[in-house]
Design a protein around this ligand. Structure first.
Ligand SMILES: C[S@@+](CC[C@H](N)C(=O)[O-])C[C@H]1O[C@@H](n2cnc3c(N)ncnc32)[C@H](O)[C@@H]1O
Length: 197
């Protein structure tokens, strides 16, 4: 599900960028990637996270995919100013990824799984496109943060079949994504890396 105007303001803000930078440094400490990998960011929005990933992990190629053509339009407009052929943006659905099995060294998710109507299908797609030994790097949030009495009024999210920590961690495990020690979790969110067995 696309973000509404209020969430767009938030995800396109400088503060959001600083949080993503900090989280990416945490990802790197948990599990670094050799330079020259093939990576994907799902729900890349306007592309800020993708540029942070590019600078932090130096992949040979990084695709940023988002369902919202408006967001991809913003990402492409910024991209034109900074020339690199390692970064590519495309419109697509994280529940039906346009990649063959085992094609990615890493998949990044900055808070989009809770936007998926069929979030388990999203996790399944991530596991499918990852190579064996590939990493799923994620920041994910739970209903007490995005569907509390205040945020429920301001933001728009799917309401059926939602997940908290236990369901999220079980879904990773079912798809053969092993959560690495050192992840951070509260009742609001989780930040960590899982490796495809
Ligand atoms: C909360 S925003 C996060 C944006 C960015 N990753 C960030 O952290 O600032 C969620 C993003 O996921 C995208 N999105 C929602 N459903 C999607 C889907 N089915 N496939 C791909 N992207 C999706 C939205 O368009 C939006 O850009």
């Amino acid at each position: 599900m696309k973000v509404n105007w209020a969430e767009r303001l938030w995800v396109n803000s400088p503060l959001r960028f600083l949080i993503q930078e900090r989280e990416t440094r945490f990802f790197k400490r948990l599990r670094n990637l050799e330079p020259g990998t093939r990576c994907l960011e799902i729900g890349c929005g306007h592309g800020a996270g993708a540029r942070i990933i590019l600078n932090t992990f130096e992949p040979a190629r990084l695709d940023g995919l988002d369902i919202d053509p408006f967001m991809i339009g913003l990402a492409l407009r910024r991209q034109r100013k900074r020339t690199t052929d390692r970064l590519n943006f495309l419109v697509g659905d994280a529940q039906n990824l346009p990649y063959v099995d085992g094609s990615m060294d890493a998949v990044f998710n900055f808070g989009i799984i809770h936007h998926l109507e069929n979030w388990r299908q999203g996790i399944s797609e991530i596991a499918r496109v990852l190579k064996s030994g590939g990493g799923f790097y994620f920041e994910e949030i739970y209903p007490p943060l995005y569907a509390n009495p205040i945020t429920r009024i301001l933001l728009e999210h799917p309401t059926e079949n939602r997940f908290h920590g236990p369901e999220y961690r079980t879904a990773l495990q079912r798809e053969g994504l092993r959560l690495l020690p050192g992840y951070k979790e509260s009742r609001f969110a989780i930040l960590g890396v899982a490796v495809k067995e």
